[in-house]
Design a protein around this ligand. Structure first.
Ligand code: SF4
Ligand code: MG
Length: 303
């Protein structure tokens, strides 16, 4: 697809998504792999940087907001999803990807996740699940395992964890996938499928955080993950099966596309008042959906 701003049809390359800014993540952080994989997926799908918007919130993942090409938005903690949803509703011609950590997304911002899934907005959301609040120095989050000792809970946490994949599967979601930050090839493949999906694509990345999460390093995941494609006859259109398969997060951890509704209808196409609409809301011509109004007379009524 040509660029919507300059009409360029140049084939995108990894270089288009690079930035001159220096990465500030810790050595061996899983975020490096996630960024590489998302770039690879975009290039593989021939999506240009000028047709891409990435939205970030506060957190270690958010420090990637100025390290990737294309348009970027760095918003408040746990709030990358509403930013992405608004942009996608305004301009369907761009590819919108939001990123968030386990703390911001499943703690402070959990309402945004729930309603974006319900609405089936056409964005890809990447959950960096490193089982802790890394940026603020290793406090327990919603996904920290019970009894795991963290900086804010030296005797171990005493709450049950929230299971991200099962939680999102329970929300009548249309695309739920999981991958692991140590496998760039696998993540790229999953991201490509998420980008192709029409509707809200939820991708949980099991992310290693060597600095604060000592219990589940790269090696721990490498010994446990397996792709659902290796399960004989796995049917990823079966939500109950996906819920069951996703359950184990300790011994054998299923990754890949756990569930997909191939008949998914994204939010904007569910809006009956838009039937026959010809453009997107940002376009100036034709003015079938947005236009300027003089509301000064209306405002005077409230003075
Ligand atoms: Fe990565 Fe953890 Fe360091 Fe954050 S604290 S940059 S998640 S290794
Ligand atoms: Mg985290």
């Amino acid at each position: 697809m040509s660029c919507i701003t300059c009409n360029s049809t140049t084939t995108p390359t990894m270089k288009d998504f690079q930035s001159k800014n220096i990465f500030t993540w810790c050595t061996n952080c899983g975020n490096y792999g996630i960024h590489t994989a998302i770039r690879r997926a975009l290039v593989s799908k021939k999506i240009s940087a000028c047709n891409t918007l990435t939205c970030f919130d506060i957190g270690c993942n958010g420090n990637g907001s100025d390290k990737i090409g294309g348009y970027n938005f760095h918003g408040l903690h746990g709030r990358s999803i509403p930013l992405a949803v608004g942009a996608e509703m305004a301009n369907r011609k761009i590819t919108v990807i939001a990123f968030g950590g386990d703390g911001g997304t499943l703690g402070e911002g959990i309402g945004h996740l729930v309603h974006a899934v319900r609405g089936n907005y056409n964005i890809t959301f990447v959950l960096h699940n490193n089982l802790n609040y890394g940026l603020t120095k290793g406090q327990a989050s919603v996904t920290t395992k019970k009894n795991m000792k963290m900086n804010s809970s030296p005797d171990g946490t005493n709450s049950e964890l929230l299971h991200p994949a099962r939680f999102v599967l329970s929300l009548e979601s249309t695309f739920v996938a999981r991958s692991f930050s140590g496998d760039v090839k696998h993540m790229s493949k999953v991201f490509e499928q998420a980008l192709d999906h029409k509707g809200f694509s939820f991708v949980e990345i099991l992310q290693s955080c060597p600095t604060y999460n000592k219990e589940t390093p790269h090696e721990w995941y490498m010994d446990r993950v397996y792709d659902v494609e290796t399960i004989d006859g796995y049917d990823n259109s079966n939500r109950e099966l996906a819920l069951k398969t996703a359950q184990d997060q300790e011994e054998r951890i299923a990754i890949g596309v756990l569930y997909q509704d191939k008949k998914s209808v994204p939010q904007i196409d569910r809006q009956l008042n838009r039937n026959g609409a010809m453009g997107t809301k940002i376009e100036t011509e034709p003015y079938e959906e947005t236009r300027q109004y003089d509301i000064s007379k209306l405002l005077e009524k409230f003075r």
